[in-house]
Design a protein around this ligand. Structure first.
Ligand code: 6R9
Length: 674
């Protein structure tokens, strides 16, 4: 004790003890109260008095954590009897076994009971300034009519419906109508070619397709119905195509086609929801593998919905009344989890963005933020880098004071883009959350938030695992790396409810891709660095890793070294006589920049050798590339760049997800003239 012993001090000691005791419990009470205010379920978790204890609890008591959250946040028709039944090494994943629920009831009906007139969707149409608001009541009506229509046309529980539509309320209602009647949906991005669409319809064994007459994006009209007509010629199983009208232009209808809105009007606004088992299929979503055909990842009902809802609520700190603006297309997992399921499960108001970041001008996002009073904005680094090129004026023109959180997803966000997003878009006052996840993970797994309000955020780092996520890094021999300040293959050490359950029709491929490389772990295919402080930073796809003279370098590490003249870059490894692999860099310059190639190369080399090491310096820099080949969701296709450099154009593999094939032609031309 710090007081000297003596007669009079006894009183003081007791007095102090009592005060200390009281203060301890007051503090504990306050912390408990804080943590329960943050997450009500936490009040029932033993020993959880603050957020870091909550995080630890969620990892080491993942079953209790998810059981409490599932009971609290989902409406069940029948409660589950087993929280999880998983064996990662065999790729057997089951959550909330025995439970029954309906996803559309969770996303709609329960909010209609409490707040029918709340806006569920704000459809930000391509035509700027013509947004359409849809309340929970009317979205439920739309969904029910559509559910009844599908049922009347023979769509049954367990069938799979392909949705080939732009981001719009009817597309959301189509997804939810499938969920209502127990059919699975398969949304295909409405920019894919007829061939890519046909391949996905066939693989999903869809007998029904939903589309629109025409799409409108960036002011351009696309003939979506015609694309479907071509696609279904090679899909004998397709019996019916529902056609909604996005524009007023009529399209040729065949005997197979159904005029969707007209027929919906004949249907009842009440549609009995199917009681679905937790592990029934909710949707398939195709994502391209680097080789082979696209994979139809399968997500199921309860676990997916719960994970989307919880991550949406806590990563973005979404609160009732906020307007959530995720600008991803519904054809991607980001659109599924954060434009549709997460926000709607939380009774939120979500923006459906139909346009592009530069239509009608590069101020589009920020004008929309001002007009719709968006509180959380969630976009992709590729768009941020594009807008950065156009300068700050386009941002400053608009009032962004409603913004509270900015999110990034899809690729590593380089430091320059991160700083610009934070400083210019967010006026330096909004946390930027760089969220790492995959179609396979169903929702965000690593992100700077949730954490304490004043917890540091390091630019360009995803940083902290979400509740119950246990990231693990493996070395090249497959051993777990336990220390900090290391890089390795990113795995996740225990199952979580949002993870994909299988690849449609190919469970073997699921096991081989995700479970076999590191038995007992889910293998992500990405590389990551764990910093001295224990924060995670994604270094890029492992199949893109470059190995120079025995040093493994992630693409993101080199690409982050950009100088003022550079808009974006991509590096790949190519075969090099001495070093095994050399570094080949493609560099896109900012608009109106005049630089000498040699000076720029010198500058870039200096930066890389200063920040990483001399061995990481590009051996060859192809400057003045107009643009990089990207997927339609904005990811750089390094695989294609590698083939260009190797002059192996026949070996490029699946190109169906490539945004604009002319980008590849340009690079081939330029690489010949260099
Ligand atoms: C949500 C989504 C998944 C792949 C993933 C990784 C890359 C996504 C990232 C990121 C670095 C981030 N990725 N988010 N890389 N930082 N914040 O994009 O899903 O289309 O399946 O792509 O995207 O390589 O493995 P998906």
């Amino acid at each position: 004790m710090w007081l000297p012993c003596g007669g009079t001090s006894n009183y003081i000691v007791t007095h102090f003890r009592r005060r200390l005791f009281k203060a301890y419990f007051r503090d504990l009470g306050r912390r408990r109260c804080n943590v329960a205010a943050f997450m009500p379920e936490a009040a029932g978790f033993d020993g959880v008095s603050d957020r870091s204890a909550l995080q630890e609890f969620s990892v080491s008591n993942s079953e209790s954590f998810w059981a409490a959250v599932a009971r609290q946040r989902l409406s069940w028709i029948r409660p589950f009897h087993t929280v999880q039944d998983c064996d990662l090494s065999r790729g057997e994943i089951k959550w909330f076994v025995g439970g029954q629920l309906n996803v559309s009831v969770n996303c709609l009906d329960r909010h209609v009971h409490t707040c029918p007139e709340r806006v569920a969707l704000i459809w930000e149409r391509d035509e700027s300034g013509s947004e359409v608001k849809v309340t929970y009541r009317s979205l439920l009506e739309m969904t029910c009519r559509l559910g009844n229509l599908l049922r009347r046309h023979g769509v049954k529980r367990g069938d799979c419906v392909t949705i080939y539509m732009p981001t719009c309320p009817l597309a959301v209602a189509s997804m939810l109508a499938c969920a209502r009647i127990g059919a699975a949906h398969n949304v295909v991005f409405a920019g894919f070619s007829a061939e890519a669409l046909a391949e996905r319809i066939r693989d999903a064994q869809s007998g029904t397709v939903i589309t629109v007459n025409q799409g409108v994006r960036g002011g351009k009209v696309t003939e979506l119905k015609k694309t479907v007509d071509t696609a279904v010629q090679s899909c004998p199983a397709v019996q019916q195509v529902f056609v909604a009208m996005r524009t007023e232009n009529p399209v040729a209808m065949t005997a197979r086609d159904v005029a969707m809105e007209e027929e919906m009007l004949k249907e009842d606004v009440v549609c009995e929801p199917a009681a679905m088992d937790s592990e029934d299929v909710l949707f398939l979503l195709y994502t391209s593998g680097s080789t082979g055909k696209p994979k139809g990842l399968v997500h199921t009902q309860a676990g997916y919905l719960l994970y989307a809802a919880l991550t949406h609520r806590y990563v973005f700190s979404y609160h009732d009344g906020d307007v959530f603006g995720c600008v991803a297309d519904i054809g991607w997992i980001t659109g599924h989890s954060y434009s549709v399921y997460g926000p709607l499960a939380n009774g939120g108001t979500t923006v459906l963005f139909e346009s592009t970041p530069i239509y009608p001008d590069p101020g589009r996002y920020w004008e929309m933020v001002q007009r719709l009073k968006i509180n959380q904005f969630y976009g992709a680094p590729t768009a941020i880098r594009l807008l950065l090129k156009y300068g700050d004026e386009w941002v400053h023109k608009y009032d962004r004071s409603t913004l509270k959180t900015l999110g990034s997803v899809g690729e590593p966000i380089n430091t320059e883009a991160w700083e610009w997003y934070h400083r210019v878009v967010g006026d330096g006052r909004c946390p930027v959350v760089d969220t790492w996840w995959q179609t396979e993970t169903g929702g965000i797994c690593i992100s700077p938030r949730p954490s304490d309000a004043d917890a540091e955020i390091v630019p360009g780092m995803a940083m902290r695992p979400f509740f119950s996520i246990k990231p693990t890094l493996m070395d090249t021999e497959g051993k777990v790396l336990t220390s900090n300040d290391v890089s390795g293959a990113l795995c996740i050490a225990q199952p979580w409810p949002g993870m994909a359950r299988t690849i449609h029709n190919n469970h073997q491929r699921f096991i081989e891709t995700y479970c076999r490389p590191h038995p007992g772990y889910f293998f992500t295919g990405d590389g990551a660095y764990r910093s001295k402080e224990g924060y995670y930073q994604i270094t890029g796809r492992l199949d893109d890793v470059i190995n120079v003279s025995g040093h493994r370098i992630g693409t993101a590490e080199i690409e982050d070294n950009q100088c003022a003249a550079v808009a974006e870059s991509a590096v790949i490894g190519y075969s090099h006589d001495l070093k095994g692999q050399g570094v080949y860099a493609f560099v896109v310059l900012k608009n109106d920049v005049e630089v000498q190639g040699a000076a720029l190369c010198q500058q870039l080399n200096n930066m890389v050798s200063k920040k990483i090491a001399k061995y990481a310096c590009p051996d060859f820099i192809q400057v003045f590339v107009q643009r990089l080949p990207k997927t339609r969701s904005g990811k750089i296709m390094r695989r294609v760049l590698r083939k260009v450099v190797e002059r192996d154009l026949d070996g490029v593999g699946d190109l169906s997800t490539l945004d604009d094939p002319t980008a590849v032609q340009e690079i081939i031309q330029e690489s010949r003239t260099e």
